[in-house]
Design a protein around this ligand. Structure first.
Ligand code: ADP
Ligand code: MG
Length: 282
Protein backbone atom coordinates (compact mmCIF):
# COMPACT_ATOMS: atom_id res chain seq x y z
CA UNK A 1 0.00 0.00 0.00
CA UNK A 2 1.59 3.22 -1.21
CA UNK A 3 2.10 5.99 1.36
CA UNK A 4 3.44 9.35 0.22
CA UNK A 5 3.62 12.82 1.72
CA UNK A 6 3.52 15.60 -0.84
CA UNK A 7 4.41 19.06 0.50
CA UNK A 8 2.57 18.36 3.71
CA UNK A 9 2.35 20.96 6.47
CA UNK A 10 0.31 20.55 9.61
CA UNK A 11 -0.70 23.24 12.07
CA UNK A 12 -2.49 22.57 15.34
CA UNK A 13 -5.15 25.23 15.96
CA UNK A 14 -4.64 26.67 12.48
CA UNK A 15 -5.67 30.31 12.15
CA UNK A 16 -5.96 30.90 15.90
CA UNK A 17 -3.58 32.89 18.10
CA UNK A 18 -2.24 29.62 19.58
CA UNK A 19 -1.46 28.12 16.18
CA UNK A 20 1.45 25.66 16.25
CA UNK A 21 3.23 24.34 13.17
CA UNK A 22 4.03 20.68 13.78
CA UNK A 23 5.12 19.72 10.24
CA UNK A 24 6.71 21.97 7.63
CA UNK A 25 6.45 21.07 3.94
CA UNK A 26 7.25 17.37 4.21
CA UNK A 27 7.73 15.36 1.03
CA UNK A 28 8.63 11.74 1.62
CA UNK A 29 7.62 8.18 1.02
CA UNK A 30 7.11 5.07 3.14
CA UNK A 31 8.60 2.08 1.34
CA UNK A 32 6.24 -0.84 0.85
CA UNK A 33 7.05 -4.19 2.46
CA UNK A 34 10.01 -2.68 4.25
CA UNK A 35 10.73 -1.55 7.79
CA UNK A 36 10.73 2.23 7.90
CA UNK A 37 12.18 3.99 10.94
CA UNK A 38 10.72 7.35 11.91
CA UNK A 39 13.25 9.18 14.03
CA UNK A 40 13.46 12.56 15.72
CA UNK A 41 13.63 14.21 19.11
CA UNK A 42 10.51 14.71 21.20
CA UNK A 43 8.24 17.31 19.62
CA UNK A 44 9.72 16.89 16.12
CA UNK A 45 6.40 15.79 14.58
CA UNK A 46 6.55 11.97 14.56
CA UNK A 47 3.14 11.37 16.13
CA UNK A 48 1.60 14.02 13.89
CA UNK A 49 2.90 12.14 10.82
CA UNK A 50 1.39 8.90 12.09
CA UNK A 51 -1.99 10.47 12.72
CA UNK A 52 -1.97 11.92 9.19
CA UNK A 53 -1.30 8.47 7.73
CA UNK A 54 -4.37 6.87 9.22
CA UNK A 55 -6.60 9.89 8.67
CA UNK A 56 -7.08 10.79 12.33
CA UNK A 57 -6.14 14.33 11.25
CA UNK A 58 -5.98 15.92 7.79
CA UNK A 59 -3.09 18.01 6.39
CA UNK A 60 -3.35 21.79 6.65
CA UNK A 61 -1.46 22.02 3.35
CA UNK A 62 -0.40 19.39 0.83
CA UNK A 63 -1.59 15.84 0.25
CA UNK A 64 -1.06 12.52 1.98
CA UNK A 65 -1.45 9.60 -0.42
CA UNK A 66 -2.48 6.37 1.30
CA UNK A 67 -3.26 3.66 -1.23
CA UNK A 68 -6.18 4.99 -3.26
CA UNK A 69 -7.01 7.65 -0.68
CA UNK A 70 -5.93 11.26 -1.20
CA UNK A 71 -6.04 12.97 2.18
CA UNK A 72 -6.15 16.74 1.99
CA UNK A 73 -7.60 19.65 3.88
CA UNK A 74 -11.39 19.92 4.00
CA UNK A 75 -12.03 16.63 2.29
CA UNK A 76 -14.19 14.23 4.19
CA UNK A 77 -12.75 10.77 4.10
CA UNK A 78 -15.16 8.34 2.63
CA UNK A 79 -14.71 4.98 4.27
CA UNK A 80 -12.44 6.26 7.02
CA UNK A 81 -13.02 2.95 8.76
CA UNK A 82 -11.54 0.97 5.89
CA UNK A 83 -8.48 3.20 6.03
CA UNK A 84 -8.11 2.52 9.72
CA UNK A 85 -8.36 -1.22 9.15
CA UNK A 86 -5.59 -1.02 6.54
CA UNK A 87 -3.33 0.99 8.83
CA UNK A 88 -2.85 -0.62 12.24
CA UNK A 89 -1.35 1.56 14.94
CA UNK A 90 0.19 0.15 18.10
CA UNK A 91 0.37 3.18 20.36
CA UNK A 92 3.07 3.81 22.91
CA UNK A 93 2.79 1.63 26.08
CA UNK A 94 -0.38 -0.02 24.70
CA UNK A 95 -0.72 -2.40 27.65
CA UNK A 96 -1.76 0.58 29.78
CA UNK A 97 -5.09 0.43 27.90
CA UNK A 98 -5.82 -3.20 28.84
CA UNK A 99 -8.92 -3.53 31.00
CA UNK A 100 -10.57 -6.88 30.26
CA UNK A 101 -10.26 -10.17 32.12
CA UNK A 102 -8.79 -12.37 29.40
CA UNK A 103 -6.35 -11.91 26.55
CA UNK A 104 -9.00 -13.24 24.17
CA UNK A 105 -11.53 -10.57 25.20
CA UNK A 106 -8.84 -7.91 24.93
CA UNK A 107 -8.01 -8.85 21.34
CA UNK A 108 -11.70 -9.19 20.37
CA UNK A 109 -12.54 -5.83 21.90
CA UNK A 110 -10.77 -3.77 19.24
CA UNK A 111 -12.52 -5.63 16.43
CA UNK A 112 -15.96 -5.22 18.00
CA UNK A 113 -15.38 -1.63 19.06
CA UNK A 114 -14.43 -0.50 15.57
CA UNK A 115 -17.21 -2.50 13.97
CA UNK A 116 -14.89 -4.78 12.05
CA UNK A 117 -17.14 -7.16 10.22
CA UNK A 118 -16.16 -10.80 10.09
CA UNK A 119 -17.93 -13.98 11.00
CA UNK A 120 -14.57 -15.47 11.85
CA UNK A 121 -13.55 -13.53 14.94
CA UNK A 122 -12.29 -16.68 16.69
CA UNK A 123 -10.11 -17.62 13.75
CA UNK A 124 -8.73 -14.11 13.47
CA UNK A 125 -7.82 -14.01 17.16
CA UNK A 126 -6.06 -17.37 16.96
CA UNK A 127 -4.10 -16.51 13.85
CA UNK A 128 -3.06 -13.15 15.37
CA UNK A 129 -1.72 -14.97 18.44
CA UNK A 130 0.20 -17.33 16.19
CA UNK A 131 1.64 -14.43 14.18
CA UNK A 132 3.16 -12.87 17.30
CA UNK A 133 4.68 -16.25 18.23
CA UNK A 134 2.53 -17.02 21.31
CA UNK A 135 0.65 -20.21 22.16
CA UNK A 136 -3.16 -20.32 22.08
CA UNK A 137 -3.40 -21.15 25.80
CA UNK A 138 -2.43 -17.55 26.57
CA UNK A 139 -5.92 -16.52 25.36
CA UNK A 140 -7.57 -17.56 28.62
CA UNK A 141 -5.06 -15.77 30.82
CA UNK A 142 -5.50 -12.45 32.55
CA UNK A 143 -3.55 -9.78 30.59
CA UNK A 144 -2.23 -8.35 33.86
CA UNK A 145 -0.49 -11.65 34.71
CA UNK A 146 1.74 -11.43 31.62
CA UNK A 147 5.31 -10.18 31.31
CA UNK A 148 6.06 -6.79 29.74
CA UNK A 149 7.19 -8.40 26.50
CA UNK A 150 4.11 -10.64 26.30
CA UNK A 151 1.77 -7.71 26.92
CA UNK A 152 3.42 -5.81 24.09
CA UNK A 153 2.90 -8.82 21.79
CA UNK A 154 -0.79 -9.04 22.77
CA UNK A 155 -1.20 -5.37 21.86
CA UNK A 156 0.38 -6.09 18.48
CA UNK A 157 -1.90 -9.14 18.04
CA UNK A 158 -4.95 -6.90 18.68
CA UNK A 159 -3.91 -4.83 15.69
CA UNK A 160 -2.96 -7.84 13.53
CA UNK A 161 -6.47 -9.24 14.04
CA UNK A 162 -7.71 -6.57 11.61
CA UNK A 163 -5.25 -7.87 9.03
CA UNK A 164 -3.81 -4.41 8.27
CA UNK A 165 -1.44 -3.90 5.34
CA UNK A 166 0.58 -1.36 7.27
CA UNK A 167 1.61 -1.60 10.90
CA UNK A 168 2.79 1.46 12.79
CA UNK A 169 4.55 0.91 16.10
CA UNK A 170 5.18 3.90 18.36
CA UNK A 171 8.27 3.24 20.54
CA UNK A 172 7.66 -0.54 20.57
CA UNK A 173 10.73 -1.47 22.63
CA UNK A 174 10.23 1.28 25.21
CA UNK A 175 10.69 -0.01 28.77
CA UNK A 176 11.42 -3.63 27.81
CA UNK A 177 14.42 -5.63 29.04
CA UNK A 178 17.10 -6.75 26.57
CA UNK A 179 15.64 -10.24 25.99
CA UNK A 180 12.11 -8.94 25.33
CA UNK A 181 13.54 -6.26 23.06
CA UNK A 182 15.36 -8.86 20.98
CA UNK A 183 12.27 -11.02 20.78
CA UNK A 184 10.18 -8.05 19.63
CA UNK A 185 12.75 -7.12 17.00
CA UNK A 186 12.57 -10.69 15.63
CA UNK A 187 8.79 -10.42 15.55
CA UNK A 188 8.84 -7.12 13.65
CA UNK A 189 11.25 -8.57 11.08
CA UNK A 190 9.03 -11.62 10.67
CA UNK A 191 5.95 -9.45 10.07
CA UNK A 192 7.83 -8.00 7.11
CA UNK A 193 9.52 -11.14 5.79
CA UNK A 194 6.80 -13.74 6.32
CA UNK A 195 3.58 -11.69 6.30
CA UNK A 196 4.68 -8.97 3.83
CA UNK A 197 3.59 -6.10 6.03
CA UNK A 198 4.78 -2.55 5.55
CA UNK A 199 6.17 -1.45 8.91
CA UNK A 200 6.73 1.98 10.38
CA UNK A 201 8.62 2.10 13.67
CA UNK A 202 8.81 5.32 15.64
CA UNK A 203 11.77 5.33 18.00
CA UNK A 204 14.43 7.48 19.55
CA UNK A 205 16.53 4.40 20.37
CA UNK A 206 18.68 4.55 17.23
CA UNK A 207 20.97 1.74 18.34
CA UNK A 208 18.15 -0.81 18.54
CA UNK A 209 16.38 0.61 15.49
CA UNK A 210 19.49 0.43 13.30
CA UNK A 211 19.64 -3.35 13.75
CA UNK A 212 16.38 -4.00 11.95
CA UNK A 213 15.16 -1.07 9.84
CA UNK A 214 15.69 -0.78 6.09
CA UNK A 215 14.96 2.92 5.63
CA UNK A 216 14.81 5.94 7.86
CA UNK A 217 13.00 9.26 7.87
CA UNK A 218 14.53 11.79 10.25
CA UNK A 219 12.54 14.75 11.50
CA UNK A 220 13.77 17.77 13.38
CA UNK A 221 11.48 20.52 14.52
CA UNK A 222 8.79 19.60 11.98
CA UNK A 223 11.24 19.54 9.09
CA UNK A 224 12.59 16.61 7.11
CA UNK A 225 16.27 16.35 7.94
CA UNK A 226 17.18 13.21 6.01
CA UNK A 227 15.57 10.16 4.42
CA UNK A 228 16.56 7.01 2.58
CA UNK A 229 18.49 3.80 3.04
CA UNK A 230 19.74 3.64 6.66
CA UNK A 231 23.40 3.19 5.71
CA UNK A 232 23.40 6.20 3.39
CA UNK A 233 21.53 8.40 5.84
CA UNK A 234 23.70 7.61 8.87
CA UNK A 235 26.94 8.05 6.94
CA UNK A 236 26.38 11.79 7.28
CA UNK A 237 27.62 11.73 10.86
CA UNK A 238 28.60 15.38 11.17
CA UNK A 239 25.46 16.69 9.48
CA UNK A 240 23.25 14.65 11.80
CA UNK A 241 25.21 15.46 14.96
CA UNK A 242 25.16 19.16 14.17
CA UNK A 243 21.37 18.89 13.95
CA UNK A 244 21.11 17.11 17.29
CA UNK A 245 20.45 13.63 15.90
CA UNK A 246 22.26 10.68 17.47
CA UNK A 247 24.10 8.35 15.11
CA UNK A 248 24.06 4.61 16.01
CA UNK A 249 27.20 3.51 17.88
CA UNK A 250 27.90 0.77 15.36
CA UNK A 251 28.04 3.37 12.55
CA UNK A 252 30.33 5.65 14.58
CA UNK A 253 32.61 2.75 15.42
CA UNK A 254 32.74 1.50 11.82
CA UNK A 255 33.69 5.01 10.74
CA UNK A 256 36.51 5.18 13.32
CA UNK A 257 37.86 1.81 12.18
CA UNK A 258 37.81 2.99 8.57
CA UNK A 259 39.93 5.96 9.54
CA UNK A 260 42.38 3.76 11.48
CA UNK A 261 42.69 1.15 8.74
CA UNK A 262 42.60 3.64 5.91
CA UNK A 263 40.20 1.20 4.22
CA UNK A 264 36.52 1.11 3.36
CA UNK A 265 34.51 -1.38 5.44
CA UNK A 266 31.29 -2.95 4.10
CA UNK A 267 28.05 -1.78 5.76
CA UNK A 268 27.23 -3.81 8.88
CA UNK A 269 24.29 -3.94 11.32
CA UNK A 270 26.02 -5.38 14.38
CA UNK A 271 29.33 -5.84 16.17
CA UNK A 272 29.84 -9.49 15.14
CA UNK A 273 29.66 -8.56 11.46
CA UNK A 274 31.96 -5.60 12.04
CA UNK A 275 34.60 -7.85 13.62
CA UNK A 276 34.38 -10.19 10.62
CA UNK A 277 34.91 -7.22 8.33
CA UNK A 278 37.89 -5.91 10.32
CA UNK A 279 39.44 -9.41 10.32
CA UNK A 280 39.71 -9.19 6.56
CA UNK A 281 42.29 -6.45 7.02
CA UNK A 282 44.29 -7.37 10.13
P1 ADP B 1 6.68 13.84 18.52
O1 ADP B 1 5.73 12.72 18.37
O2 ADP B 1 7.86 13.78 17.58
O3 ADP B 1 7.14 14.00 19.93
P2 ADP B 1 4.37 15.53 17.95
O4 ADP B 1 3.94 15.19 16.57
O5 ADP B 1 3.61 14.95 19.08
O6 ADP B 1 5.94 15.22 18.11
O7 ADP B 1 4.37 17.12 18.14
C1 ADP B 1 4.90 18.03 17.19
C2 ADP B 1 4.67 19.44 17.69
O8 ADP B 1 3.27 19.74 17.74
C3 ADP B 1 5.19 19.67 19.11
O9 ADP B 1 5.72 20.97 19.19
C4 ADP B 1 3.93 19.54 19.97
O10 ADP B 1 4.05 20.33 21.13
C5 ADP B 1 2.87 20.09 19.05
N1 ADP B 1 1.56 19.48 19.33
C6 ADP B 1 1.28 18.15 19.35
N2 ADP B 1 -0.02 17.92 19.62
C7 ADP B 1 -0.58 19.14 19.76
C8 ADP B 1 -1.92 19.60 20.06
N3 ADP B 1 -2.93 18.75 20.21
N4 ADP B 1 -2.12 20.95 20.14
C9 ADP B 1 -1.10 21.81 19.95
N5 ADP B 1 0.16 21.46 19.67
C10 ADP B 1 0.43 20.14 19.58
MG1 MG C 1 5.05 11.25 19.80
Amino acid sequence: MEIKFENVSYYYNYGTPIEKQALDNITTEIKENQINGLIGPSGSGKSTMIELINGLILPTKGVVHVGKHRLRNNVRIINANNLRFDIGIVFQNPEEQFFLKTVKKEIEFGMKYFGYKTDKIDERVKSAIKMVGLEEDILTRNPFSLSGGEKRKIAIASVLAFNPKVIILDEPTNGLDTTSKESLVRLIKMLKDKYNKTIIVVSHDVDTLFKFVDNVIILSNGKLLAQGNKYDVFKRIEYLNSNGVKVPQIVQFTHKMEEKLGKKINDVDNVIDLIKEINKYV
